[in-house]
Every structure is written in structure tokens, then in C-alpha cells.
Design a protein around this ligand. Structure first.
Ligand SMILES: Cc1cc2nc3c(=O)[nH]c(=O)nc-3n(C[C@H](O)[C@H](O)[C@H](O)COP(=O)(O)OP(=O)(O)OC[C@H]3O[C@@H](n4cnc5c(N)ncnc54)[C@H](O)[C@@H]3O)c2cc1C
Ligand SMILES: *[C@@H]1O[C@H](CO)[C@@H](O)[C@H](O)[C@H]1NC(C)=O
Ligand SMILES: *[C@@H]1O[C@H](CO)[C@@H](O)[C@H](O)[C@H]1NC(C)=O
Ligand SMILES: *[C@@H]1O[C@H](CO)[C@@H](O)[C@H](O)[C@H]1NC(C)=O
Ligand SMILES: *[C@@H]1O[C@H](CO)[C@@H](O)[C@H](O)[C@H]1NC(C)=O
Length: 526
């Protein structure tokens, strides 16, 4: 039952194929042509889809979650490369360096600002789409797995639980999120109170760096291995594969969902939830969705209904939870159910990579460290009703996720954090009317006194370009550290952001891997 090391052995076979090219990316017609010619020498032509190809639009849209970035006028890639082998990924980086074409890497395509497949400003770039590199190799005896970045978390959950229904992995709720981007930004989910974030359970990784080399944990060194576990995607290289520690789950877990209107005491319940949820037994996660002046309490408990009922009646009687609210099922089934699918939906749904592209959305995030008063919640609830209104999702922290030191990974929102807030604005039609955009800006403004400050923290996996965008220093041709600090300290805190930038300065001083919110290189002057 040893984990297959197929990717690793490829890796070692080609690791001497390293770059010496240091040409700064420019981007003109002749460099684009030279780049494509360079690719042709190492990547089979059917894996390079250029703008002129009949399948370009389909492949571009294949994993996109947010149709806002498929509209005409969006800056699209010169080509999409769909590697089937680590050597193809190396070739894209080497050709890109040599001919001045940047790459953006896409795993699951769920980036909130579409940065894995579009550029905000005109730029010639290639997309490396890892969808073909998505093996999940479970080592049941060791309770570990090697997971390729192109796998979705749904595919991972399925493979793990099918190998052993007593094993699981703590990661996000939406099954079509890509492992590559999700792990790069941390990974919060329903088991983080018991087991921490996804990155708190990453033991090793394989990455293609800016020199086209393939590095594992040992070869990449402490700082780089630290940085890729939560420092955000794209900045440090292309992570091909992650080795994770799997976690034990009971054969039966319990799920419930209880809705309360304002008349039924929703405000009291949410007020109490704020300090209760982060302090509950770690096996119990209760998240809240506030919409239409109602609060929906959604829960996963790693145990049976019989075990859960006394906990709820003693600690949270306000919810009035009864046996009738309990849904007992396997952990795997719970990952389907929590997403809104019926109890009877086959778990094979987790293998469906097709995303629904029907609605436009815009999200923002906050962290709360001090409970918001009941009086303030009375004023917050009405924001979530009427024309143009969206919703908020509250994710409790505490437990394991809160007990890890702020500097152990780049994710700094640990001790003292009660919960994360995610604001979601919807456009029910494709017409980009102003109401949802105004709503999310206004509600975010209204919330300022109630949430973390100096800096006002945000979650990198809920990417939001409103909080800042990089500027490139014309003199040096690299991203300015000062411009990165503006958004970077919100995602990572001041100390972690600086360590990320120093790491970037060591491994990619020329800033080849760059996007609107990539880590700028900081090279200390002695
Ligand atoms: C419907 C929905 C539900 C979500 N639910 C949760 C949740 O429960 N918990 C949570 O924490 N987050 C959640 N997210 C956010 C999600 O974690 C991020 O959007 C994540 O970055 C998506 O990863 P991806 O591979 O799909 O995205 P992509 O768009 O492919 O990539 C995101 C970023 O990472 C970079 N990147 C991608 N792959 C790699 C790689 N292999 N190596 C280096 N960089 C890479 C990209 O260039 C881009 O900058 C949700 C998102 C959506 C759309
Ligand atoms: C185009 O890029 C190439 C590098 O591939 C460079 O040699 C050439 O000078 C560039 N041309 C212009 C007009 O910038
Ligand atoms: C990947 O390429 C290497 C050589 O570069 C080759 O040895 C290996 O068999 C390839 N693997 C797959 C899965 O195609
Ligand atoms: C915002 O969050 C919701 C809920 O998780 C999600 O369905 C939506 O896709 C997100 N928006 C974007 C832009 O990805
Ligand atoms: C996969 O998901 C998409 C989008 O939600 C849906 O339209 C499609 O019917 C699903 N396919 C299968 C086989 O279930």
C-alpha cells in the first residue's frame, strides 16, 4: 500500500534540466511566436491551445466559477497549456523565461478575481492548467496521501474515503475548488476546529521553481516550504503535488441545519453564537448564513446524534435543536450534503468537475475578534434583505485552527479570532447593474467598527482586489514592496508578509511569477 511516487520519479529524472535564462519578460509579437516555438520542442502540440484554436473558449471556461471574467474585453491568455507530465510544466517556465512570456497557473480556476486565467491590464501571458495532473494516491497504512494540484477537493475527499472510510481531510466546502489554489491560500472548512487548516496538515510538496527546477520539501528549504503553505498562489512557483496527513473520522457523523427568523430569535442566537461557536468541543462546527433577515445554522459534528443532543441542549438551547434535526451519515456523504445536495445524492457528485456558470458574484471578507453587540446585530440584519442585497457566511475559528502560532504558517488569523465573515453579492442576471456592487461596498463600510483593524484582516483565498493591487517599479522591473504591503499585511499580518517577501527575494528575485496580488521580492541591503 505504499504511495506511488510516479510524479516524484519523473521529477528526479528531469531535475537537472534547469534554466539559466534570466531575460525579463517583455511581451511582443515576436517573443510570443518564439515562446510557442520553444514550447513545440518539449510539449505535444495537442496540449498547447492557442487563441485561434476552436477549443480555446471551451478550455478557458472549463473550470471557471465566476462568469464575470469570461465577458468580452477580459484580457485572455496567449495560450493554455494542459500538461500531462511534470516535464511540460518545466518547459513552460523555461520557455517563458527565455522569451519573456509570464505564466499564470490554474488548478481549479475558482480564484475570486479570476487571476489564474485573466490579467487586469493588457499583458501577454500563458496559462498552465493543471487539470490533467490530478492523481490522488492514498497510503492507508501511513494515513497519508500524495495529491496532485489539479485534483478538486471533491475528488480528493472521494479517493480518501473510498480507500478508507475512517480517513478524511480538512478542506473547503465547495467540491470543485482546486487543491492547488486552495492549499496555496490555507484552506478553511468544517473540520478546521478539530484538525486545523488544510495547510496545517501538509507534510511535503513538489514544486517547479522560477528556474524550472523541481524541488521537494528538502530541496526547497524551510522558508519556501513555509511560504507555499498559505502565502497565496502563483508567487513562488507551480506546486505540482502535496503530501498530506489524513485525519481520522468516525463511521457516522451528524449534520444539521436550523433556520431562525428575526422574530424567532435569530439576533439573540447569532449574538450568543459568536463566542460560543469558537469554544464548543472541537468535534462540533456550526457556521451561520445570514440572508433575508434570517440566520441559518449549519453544522457538522464528528459523532452521533445521541452524542450531539446533550451538547446542544446544555450549550446552545436557544437553537431548540431536537432529534428530528439530526441527519446521520458517513463523513463522505456529509461533504455532499453540506453543499445543499439532498441526503440521497450519490457521492459520485464529488467527481463532477463541471461548474455552474449562471450567476455573477463579488465577495469580500473580514475577521472578528470581539463579539458584536446584540444592538449592533439588530442593525446589521436588515442589510440582508431587499433589492441588491446578498448574504454573509460566518465561519467559526477556535480549537485547533486557533491554537497554532501566527507565524507557523503564513495564515495569521489564529489565537483570538472568533470567526471569519464572508460577504457575497449576487447578480441574478448577467446585466451588471449597480445595486449588488453598491451593496457590498456599503455593507463592508458599515461593518468597519465591528471587525479587526490595523490592519483590517482579510482571507487570501477570498481574494479581493479592492484591498490593493501591486504596482511594478519601472526602474527595477519588479513589484514594489510598498505596494504589496497595502494588501499583503491584511492577508498575512506584517511579520508574515515580510517573511514572504524575503523568501520571494531569495527564490524569484526577478519576479517572474507575478500577478496583481503576488508577493513582491524583498532583497535586504546589507
Ligand atoms: C464556490 C466556492 C466555495 C469556496 N469555499 C471555500 C471554503 O470552504 N474554504 C476556503 O478556504 N476557500 C473556499 N473557496 C475559495 C478557494 O479556496 C480559493 O478560491 C482557491 O484559491 C481556489 O483554488 P483553485 O485551484 O480552484 O483556484 P485557481 O483559480 O486555479 O487558483 C487560485 C490562485 O492560486 C494560484 N494557483 C493555482 N494553482 C496553483 C499551483 N498549483 N501552484 C501555485 N499556485 C497556484 C493561481 O495562479 C491563482 O492565483 C471557495 C471558492 C468558491 C468559488
Ligand atoms: C521583443 O522581444 C524579444 C525577446 O524575445 C526582444 O529581443 C525584442 O527586442 C523585443 N522587441 C521589441 C520591439 O520590444
Ligand atoms: C514524463 O516524462 C518523462 C521524461 O521527461 C518520462 O520518463 C515519463 O515516462 C513521463 N511520464 C508520463 C506519465 O508520461
Ligand atoms: C462567493 O462565495 C460564494 C459562497 O461560497 C460562492 O458560491 C461564489 O462563487 C463566490 N464568489 C466568487 C467570485 O467566486
Ligand atoms: C455536473 O454538474 C453540472 C453543473 O452543476 C451539471 O449541469 C451536470 O448535470 C452535472 N453532471 C452530472 C453527470 O451530474
Amino acid at each position: 500500500m505504499a504511495a506511488s511516487r510516479s510524479l516524484l520519479s519523473v521529477v528526479l529524472a528531469v531535475c537537472c534540466y534547469a534554466a539559466s535564462a534570466t531575460v525579463a519578460p517583455s511581451s511582443n509579437a515576436s517573443s510570443s511566436g518564439d515562446f510557442l516555438q520553444c514550447l513545440a520542442a518539449s510539449v505535444p502540440s495537442q496540449l498547447v491551445i492557442t487563441q485561434g484554436s476552436p477549443s480555446f473558449t471551451t478550455v478557458l471556461a472549463s473550470s471557471v466559477r465566476n462568469p464575470r471574467f469570461l465577458t468580452p474585453g477580459t484580457v485572455r491568455p496567449l495560450c493554455i497549456v494542459t500538461p500531462t507530465n511534470a516535464s511540460h510544466v518545466q518547459a513552460v517556465v523555461l520557455c517563458g523565461r527565455r522569451h519573456g512570456v509570464r505564466v499564470r497557473v490554474r488548478s481549479g480556476g475558482h480564484d475570486y478575481e479570476g487571476l489564474s486565467y485573466r490579467s487586469v491590464r493588457p499583458e501577454v501571458f500563458a496559462v498552465v492548467d493543471l487539470a490533467n495532473l490530478r492523481a490522488v494516491r492514498v497510503n492507508r497504512r501511513a494515513a497519508t496521501a500524495w495529491v496532485d494540484s489539479g485534483a478538486t477537493v471533491g475528488e480528493m475527499y472521494y479517493a480518501v474515503a473510498k480507500a478508507d472510510p475512517g480517513l478524511a481531510f480538512p478542506a473547503g466546502l465547495c467540491p470543485t475548488i482546486g487543491v492547488g489554489g486552495h492549499f496555496s491560500g490555507g484552506g478553511i472548512g468544517m473540520m478546521m476546529r478539530k484538525y486545523g487548516l488544510s495547510v496545517d496538515n501538509v507534510l511535503d510538496a513538489v514544486l517547479v521553481d522560477a528556474n524550472g527546477r523541481i524541488l521537494d520539501k528538502k530541496a526547497m528549504g524551510r522558508d519556501l516550504f513555509w511560504a507555499i503553505r498559505g502565502g497565496g498562489g502563483e508567487s513562488f512557483g507551480i506546486v505540482l503535488s502535496w503530501m498530506v496527513r489524513l485525519v481520522p473520522v468516525p463511521r457516522t457523523v451528524t449534520v444539521f441545519s436550523i433556520q431562525k427568523t428575526m422574530d424567532q430569535g435569530a439576533v439573540d442566537a447569532v449574538t450568543k453564537w459568536q463566542t460560543l461557536a469558537p469554544a464548543l468541543p472541537e468535534e462540533l462546527a456550526i457556521r451561520v448564513i445570514v440572508q433575508n433577515r434570517q440566520a441559518q445554522f449549519q453544522s457538522l459534528y464528528l459523532g452521533t446524534c445521541d452524542q450531539l443532543l446533550p451538547v446542544m441542549s446544555s450549550q446552545f438551547p436557544e437553537l431548540g435543536m431536537t432529534r428530528a434535526d439530526c441527519r446521520e451519515m458517513s463523513w463522505l456523504q456529509s461533504t455532499v450534503y453540506i453543499n445543499g445536495a439532498a441526503n440521497s445524492t450519490p457521492v459520485e457528485l464529488l467527481l463532477n468537475r463541471t461548474t455552474s456558470l449562471s450567476i455573477f458574484t463579488k465577495n469580500k471578507s473580514d475577521y472578528v475578534k470581539q463579539a458584536i453587540s446584540k444592538n449592533s446585530w439588530e442593525k446589521i440584519f436588515p442589510w440582508f434583505s431587499g433589492a441588491g442585497a446578498g448574504l454573509i457566511i460566518l465561519e467559526p475559528h477556535g480549537g485547533r485552527v486557533g491554537s497554532i502560532a501566527d507565524g507557523d504558517t503564513p495564515y495569521p488569523h489564529r489565537a483570538g479570532v472568533l470567526y471569519n465573515i464572508q460577504y457575497v453579492a449576487f447578480w441574478w442576471t448577467t446585466a451588471m447593474d449597480a445595486a449588488p456592487a453598491d451593496w457590498i461596498k456599503n455593507v463592508h463600510g458599515f461593518m468597519e467598527p465591528f471587525v479587526s483593524s490595523n490592519p483590517r484582516a482579510a482571507y487570501v483565498n477570498y481574494r479581493d482586489l479592492d484591498i490593493g493591487e501591486n504596482a511594478v517599479l519601472a526602474s527595477a522591473g519588479v513589484t514594489s514592496y510598498e505596494s504589496g504591503k497595502v494588501w499583503g499585511e491584511k492577508y498575512f499580518g506584517a511579520a508574515n508578509f515580510r517573511r514572504l517577501a524575503l523568501t520571494k527575494g531569495k527564490v524569484d528575485a526577478g519576479d517572474y511569477f507575478r500577478n496583481e496580488q503576488s508577493i513582491p521580492p524583498l532583497v535586504p541591503t546589507k
